[in-house]
Design a protein around this ligand. Structure first.
Ligand code: SAH
Ligand code: AVI
Length: 531
């Protein structure tokens, strides 16, 4: 674990951080630094602690180290506990110690453009800049903006051009360099291939799961590995422009969704909660003892407590969602609140998922839990595929409790998806904000408006972003024109009758065991079994 002392004049990049947890972005910066700066190695210095962060979402040190080693996955990236061993917390001191310890090495401090934005708040940041050269890499969502940050302005005279990159590690500080083109290090085609490989992979390595803070484990299947850019370009190129609703859920989108569940027109959340509470005894009785609960699209995990409290000797709760930070935060809170092991999996529920073996005790059987009628956001044929895969994930003898929104009066439905406060509109528009921030898309957001209607023929609410006037969206060198009133289709929310839902379920290994509804029949909780 200690880094071997070097005797040659090695060029070493340093990426410091809490690595809570390490992810693909850390690796991308490191690989870019190795290639562009001609470095011999990149060391990931995992800081022991950041007292400003909430300890409940902060995994123990050894776990962060272990996870970083799994994620780094590169012969020239070394994960180090240097700061812990030397009792250091501040970069300014770490650099001094590194240089004292390795007089024959040249160090380059590495950071994402997000780091540069807040660099002026670091302790003795000017001393840091004097001590070592540093390289800044554009990251999805963070680019040119960082160049107008206080530190970037203050140090503007010391910035070198990227044509000097290969000698950069040997220049004397203060000097810095900015790579504007690393926020899309992988081409769309490459991503597409990687994505296909990923979805063919029906088994993920079990050692990608690590204990994390209060969580029994955190398994990151990296659902975000750049797919947003490739999917946006593909979807905007279609005749009816469209994009998957899964892209609503960045950190901000997840929070806006919580706001939707509180507006008076959005009946699903409170109706479903009432069904669960009114029938809790019967539902938990049907499920039985010793189950492990696996929640798909767990969001804020707000609907789990009644279930875990009502079940007899539940074995574990595993939360799964695509929205990584929100998931870690919500599942960590649940881990503190529930008296059973809680774990989290960051994944796309359209990909195959297997539980890591031997981490949690096997439950009597698994109960899939999929509230909110998120299943309605899938096309019927996609829902069939999803249910089949879920049956494989959960194993034979499993049950599946699913929230299913029902067909009802059009005016009730349309109001629920176009609330007077405009929270749903904000949720929909967030997709454009996210495209701007993460893809560097050029969009005049004011040219678009939220548009939702009930498509009676297909029994679904459709959400679109509609162009108020002729406009365009530009991503990289792709330009997508919108005529006035042309739309980008962002979401379907299918509404079911009992019959329609059973027809769908009957194409899968599941069958409907029992259904509970509210007095108006607006929403249903369906218990499926694959026994
Ligand atoms: N279960 C909660 C949240 C529903 S919102 C409730 O009933 O209120 C839908 C959730 O599904 C969000 O948290 C979103 O991040 C997640 N989600 C959407 N698409 C997903 C996908 N393809 N894979 C995994 N999670 C997804
Ligand atoms: C998550 N899903 C079930 C919500 C729905 O009702 O389809 C998402 C949503 N879209 C707009 N409002 C809420």
């Amino acid at each position: 674990m200690p880094i071997a002392k070097s005797n040659a004049r090695r060029k070493i990049g340093i990426l410091g951080g809490s690595f809570n947890p390490a992810h693909a972005g850390h690796r991308e910066i490191s690989v870019a630094a190795l290639e562009r700066l001609g470095l011999d190695a990149v060391w990931w210095l995992v800081t022991p602690g950041n007292p400003l962060k909430d300890s409940s979402i902060y995994a123990p040190y050894e776990e962060r180290l272990k996870h970083a080693r799994v994620i780094s996955d590169h012969p020239d990236i070394v994960v180090s506990d240097f700061e812990k061993r030397h009792g250091l917390t501040y970069t300014v001191d770490t650099l001094e110690a590194l240089q004292d310890d390795n007089p024959n090495s040249r160090f380059v401090w590495l950071m994402g453009a997000d780091g540069l934005e807040t660099f002026h708040k670091w302790k003795d940041w000017r001393v840091i800049a004097d001590r070592a050269v540093f390289a800044v890499f554009a990251r999805p969502g963070y680019g040119e903006g960082a160049l107008s940050s206080p530190a970037a302005k203050d140090l503007a005279a010391f910035r070198v051009e990227i044509d000097q990159a290969t000698d950069f590690a040997l220049i004397d500080a203060p000097r810095w360099i900015y790579f504007p083109d690393t926020n899309n290090p992988i081409s769309s085609t490459e991503l597409r291939n990687r994505k296909i490989q990923h979805s063919n992979k029906d088994n993920q390595p079990a050692d990608l799961s690590v204990p994390h803070g209060h969580l029994a484990y955190f398994l990151d299947l990296h659902p975000d590995l750049g797919d947003f850019r490739a999917d946006a370009i593909e979807g905007l190129g279609k005749k009816q422009k469209s994009i998957s609703p899964k892209y609503f859920y960045d950190e901000r989108g997840s929070k806006i969704f919580n706001g939707i569940t509180e507006v008076k027109e959005y009946y699903p959340t409170r109706t479903e909660r009432q069904i669960f509470l009114d029938n809790a005894k019967e539902i938990t009785g049907e499920i039985g003892a010793g189950v492990g609960v696996f929640e798909y699209g767990s969001g804020s995990s707000e609907k789990i407590e009644w279930l875990v409290k009502g079940l007899k000797n539940p074995a574990a709760y595993v939360a799964m969602d695509i929205s990584r930070d929100h998931l870690i935060e919500s599942a960590s809170v649940m881990a503190e609140q529930l008296s059973i092991p809680v774990a989290a999996i960051c994944a796309d529920f359209h990909a195959p998922i297997k539980f890591p073996k031997g981490v949690l005790k096997d439950p009597e059987h698994w109960l899939g839990y999929f509230p909110g009628s998120t299943i309605g956001n899938m096309l019927p044929e996609t829902a069939v595929g999803f249910l089949r895969r879920a049956s494989e994930t959960l194993g034979t003898g499993a049950q599946f409790l699913i929230g299913v929104d029902q067909v009802k009066d059009k005016s009730v439905l349309e109001a629920a998806y176009d609330d007077a406060e405009g929270v749903t509109a904000k949720f929909n528009m967030n997709l454009l904000v996210r495209m701007q921030r993460e893809l560097g898309a050029k969009i005049n957001i004011d040219d678009f408006e939220h548009y939702a209607f009930y498509n009676e023929q297909l029994s679904r609410i459709e959400m679109h972003l509609r162009a108020k006037q002729a406009t365009k969206i530009v991503i990289d060198d792709h330009e997508f024109s919108f005529a006035k009133d042309e739309t980008l289709h962002t979401e379907n929310s299918h509404k079911f009758t009992d019959e329609k839902f059973s027809q769908l379920v009957n194409q899968t290994p599941w069958h409907v065991e029992k259904t509970w509804t509210d007095p108006q029949g607006w929403f249903a909780a369906c218990l499926l079994s694959n026994r």
